[in-house]
Design a protein around this ligand. Structure first.
Ligand code: KIV
Ligand code: NA
Length: 266
């Protein structure tokens, strides 16, 4: 069996098939999702919040994304691995974007990269794609702009903002993006963008009519601490389960129940 490619993604839109995407930040978790048949894994800069302990995605470096993307590639055989370009590694222009994306492709072995922005990032998308690097774009709420937003507000509300979002999605499609993430966008607008694009939309907080859906894996699995956004569905209470296992181990050690005879060499 071979790896999923961007051609398979295009074919899925032709057939009207929906598909799932999850984030992954390490080889072992990635191997679980690969075996579960998740076709696309994103090494998202959400690693900043949920893997590296930063307050936002802003501090994440290219070295960090390259290291963890390489781990995800090593842990998988089927999934298309998409590496996220972190803040400050593509905003200077197309040449900087190409230099950064080239590191992800050569050093980590990803099959595609992702970057944030619509019209503002179209030049970057165009040079990467013409250089042979598939690009997933990301419009609507772009978390690397948290300091400009002053939070994580829903995007595309109101006629003017809706028109801008449509222009942004079209711009990155026309520049050659193979898919477009729509984050925190009203469902009706996301449906309109999805109908008007020839490439798949990947929704997160963007309603049921996108071609694909993505969740941050630690949110999906109930590993993330604290309050979660409205758009998250938890499929497991992993934080509680893992904490329970750690407490049981601790009790066994303190009480002398572990190691037992069967765990012991003589
Ligand atoms: O970094 C990330 O996890 C993302 C997805 C939420 C799309 O960009
Ligand atoms: Na991201």
């Amino acid at each position: 069996s071979r790896r999923i490619t961007v051609r398979d993604i295009a074919a899925a839109k032709e057939r009207g098939e929906k598909w799932p995407m999850l984030t992954a930040y390490d080889a072992m978790t990635a191997s679980v999702f690969d075996e579960a048949g998740i076709p696309v894994l994103l090494v998202g800069d959400s690693m900043g919040n949920c893997h590296l302990g930063y307050e936002s995605t802003v501090p994440v470096t290219l070295d960090e994304i390259v290291m963890l993307s390489a781990a995800v590639v090593r842990g998988t055989t089927r999934s298309l691995v998409v590496g996220d370009l972190p803040f400050g590694t593509y905003q200077e222009g197309a040449v900087q974007a190409l230099r950064s994306a080239t590191r992800l492709v050569k050093e980590a072995g990803v099959g595609a990269v992702k970057l944030e922005g619509g019209e503002r990032s179209a030049d970057q998308v165009e040079l990467l794609v013409s250089s042979g690097i598939p690009v997933m774009a990301h419009v609507g709420l772009t978390p690397q702009s948290v300091n400009a937003y002053g939070g994580y507000p829903v995007q595309g509300r109101g006629e003017e903002a809706a028109q801008q979002l449509l222009r942004d999605a079209k711009a990155v499609q026309d520049a050659g993006a193979f898919a477009v993430v729509l984050e925190a966008v009203p469902a009706e607008l996301a449906a309109e963008v999805t109908r008007s694009l020839g490439v798949p939309t990947v929704g997160i907080g963007a309603g049921a009519d996108c071609d694909a859906q993505v969740l941050v894996w630690t949110d999906m699995a109930g590993m993330t601490a604290g309050r979660l956004p409205k758009f998250v569905k938890q499929y497991l209470q992993m934080r509680e389960l893992l904490g329970g296992a750690a407490k049981a181990f601790a009790e066994d050690v303190v009480g002398g129940a572990f190691p037992a005879e069967e765990h012991t060499f003589h």
